[in-house]
Design a protein around this ligand. Structure first.
Ligand SMILES: [Zn+2]
Length: 424
């Protein structure tokens, strides 16, 4: 898994030119361009200017298109519908802005990603006329994916088309889509992991969630299965059972607990001889207890409870948490080449990775300097690398505020947040 997806680095000027290419975007109704298709659109033959493929559309968030991976496609397994798409190459002589592109305004090769409606229209045109090298006025006509393709009398000479296809500016569509697919799949793995954690966060017992996600690499499926498993009634005695604190009685006489195994909640009372102070407990904390039910159905401790070790003490592979939420770190080094930031909070030091797709992909490493404090939200991926969910924000120097003179308003007195009990 760790080496399944490798970033493709741009390592030459040529690649730089070819990798993205220029795109035609008809974003609004009425947007149009004038250009010559440098393709026929015949799927039975390989054309450098035409690449038709299947694509899924994920509606979550802002939406995302993911090329279909065919036989082993996880999205097909999830019955996410596929649509046909094609990357098509055009010699554009007048672009969406009405400009004449190219160095001397003679035109420029650009890519237009077309939907199945346009694919079929082009096929129609080709059935009794030619497409390649013929001038078209293309216009977006609505928001449902319709475009008008108006043929014009001009055509490009065959030799011109040939030369254009030999140009360095012809993108490698197959490579582009393959790359996109790989990025998307990596992104999916992450978003699924996030989803997984979100599920867990919903049940108001972070500590339990924590232990769950630490309990070996549980896939989403098994996690769900565990959750959906019918819960049992609380037994008469608890012997070293790990419970999650949901509420603590003010005086510390008892706390309310839930478990993954038993239904609803139970109250667990302290008793004479128990030194542990329940008021030290916090919501969400994990406690291992041995207790016996009394006549009222409440549990009375049989011995001192054991409180789970503080976070960070987990016996994981490293000290990296599974996720980081808006936490401040200091930049140790900026590794623009490796596309990582080395960060530390004084205790843990790690490399923060960035995918080339998704919200954190737009990162500009020039924005970060050694020693800067930044706010990070990230998620561990399947190979235990910390991958940024968003572009880290740089914490502004406090000096700026201080300069303005005047006393800084004292930080709102520390909110009496519940501190995890230390256990005596
Ligand atoms: Zn698929």
């Amino acid at each position: 898994m760790a080496t399944k997806w490798k970033p493709r680095r741009v390592q030459s000027e040529d690649e730089r030119k070819v990798s993205g290419g220029k795109y035609i975007k008809l974003a609004e109704i009425g947007d149009k361009f004038l250009g010559y298709p440098i393709f026929d659109g015949d799927v039975t033959k390989d054309e450098p200017g035409y690449y038709e493929f299947f694509e899924h559309w994920l509606t979550a968030g802002k939406g995302q298109s993911v090329p279909c991976a065919g036989e082993d496609c996880p999205l097909c397994e999830d019955d996410v519908p596929v649509k046909r798409r094609a990357n098509t190459l055009w010699w554009v002589v007048e672009d969406e802005k009405g400009d004449k592109p190219g160095e001397d305004g003679e035109g420029e090769l650009r890519t237009w990603t077309i939907n199945s409606i346009v694919i079929d229209s082009l096929a129609d045109i080709r059935s009794d006329d030619k497409v390649m090298g013929r001038l078209f006025r293309v216009k977006r006509t609505d928001d449902r994916g319709n475009y008008s393709l108006l043929p014009k009398p001009d055509t490009l000479a065959k030799s011109v088309v040939k030369d254009l296809l030999k140009s360095d500016d012809v993108p490698d569509y197959e490579d582009q889509i393959t790359k996109k697919l790989n990025r998307a799949m990596e992104g999916l793995a992450i978003s699924r992991a996030v989803e997984d954690n979100d599920d867990d966060d919903d049940d108001e017992k972070p500590a339990a969630a924590k232990s769950k996600s630490n309990g070996g690499k549980k896939g989403k499926a098994s996690g769900k299965a565990a959750k959906e498993k019918a819960k049992e009634e609380w037994p008469d005695t608890l012997e070293d059972v790990e419970v999650v604190v949901t509420d603590v009685e003010k005086k510390g006489n008892y706390f309310t607990a839930v478990t993954e195994e038993y239904e609803d909640s139970a109250d667990i009372y302290t008793t004479e001889g128990i030194e542990f102070d329940f008021t030290d407990l916090a919501e969400g904390q994990l406690v291992t207890v041995s207790a016996t039910k009394d006549d009222d159905g409440d549990y009375i401790l049989d011995g001192e409870p054991e409180v789970a070790a503080a976070e960070g003490d987990e016996d994981g592979d490293d000290n990296l948490p599974d996720e980081i939420n808006e936490t401040e770190f200091e930049v140790v080094s900026v590794n623009a080449d490796a596309q990582t930031l080395t960060l530390t909070d004084g205790e843990i030091t790690f490399d923060l990775f960035f995918l080339d797709r998704g919200p954190a992909s737009e990162i500009d490493f020039d924005d970060y300097k050694e020693g800067a404090k930044i706010i990070v939200s990230a998620e561990k991926d399947t190979s235990d690398d910390m991958v940024a969910n968003v572009i880290p924000t740089v914490v502004k120097e406090k000096k700026a505020a201080a300069k303005k003179g005047g006393k800084k308003t004292a930080p709102a007195a520390k909110k009496g947040g519940k501190k995890a009990g230390k256990g005596k």
